[in-house]
Design a protein around this ligand. Structure first.
Ligand code: 2BA
Length: 147
């Protein structure tokens, strides 16, 4: 049975827990793989969103995806980093959250994803919800005395 405290948490809207778009490292459609590799390496994040100039969400790109795309049979073809576009490499099949979703949906999805991209009804990227933020919130509720 779900306790009253847990129910309250699960039904909470997610908007207070979102890291806003302007604070999220991202690359744009049209950027080459070399630029994406630079952003990923400099920020230290393992995976970041790919957006278009209108801030619409298109997918995620990671260092692993980039390295995989330049892996030849016998060597890493570094020269291809400059000519390949992030759109050829990124993963488009990504589970996202809608700005109006509740905490329960985020909790269900974050089991398999380190972070979730949040979009509005028009497909515009609003920000991300990270596993860290979700766990912090969950911890607060788990440690709360019974009401
Ligand atoms: P990862 O890059 O694999 O990072 C895993 C965890 O390592 C992060 O968990 C965070 O606790 C820590 N970490 C990594 N890089 C960091 C950095 N530059 N500054 C501070 N802490 C760092 P979460 O915070 O739960 O993030 C989960 C995932 O969300 C990250 O996975 C990353 O892919 C993405 N992410 C988080 N914040 C981001 C941002 N501002 N821009 C773009 N992507 C972000």
């Amino acid at each position: 049975m779900i306790s009253t405290n847990s129910k309250e948490l699960l039904e909470m809207p997610i908007h207070d827990f979102i890291i806003p778009a302007e604070k999220v490292a991202h690359v744009q459609i049209g950027n080459n793989a070399e630029h994406a590799l630079l952003v990923l390496t400099k920020t230290g994040y393992s995976s970041i969103p790919v957006l278009d100039p209108s801030y619409r969400f298109h997918g995620l790109i990671s260092i692993r995806m980039i390295m995989d795309s330049v892996l030849g049979l016998e060597r890493i073809e570094y020269e291809n980093l400059e000519v390949s576009n992030v759109t050829e490499i990124m993963d488009r099949d990504i589970a996202t959250l809608n700005i109006n979703d509740n905490f329960k949906r985020a909790l269900d999805l974050v089991i398999n994803h380190a972070f979730l991209c949040v979009i509005d009804d028009e497909g515009t990227f609003v920000g991300i919800m990270t596993r860290r933020v979700i766990l912090k919130q969950l911890k607060k509720y788990v440690y709360q005395p019974k009401s």
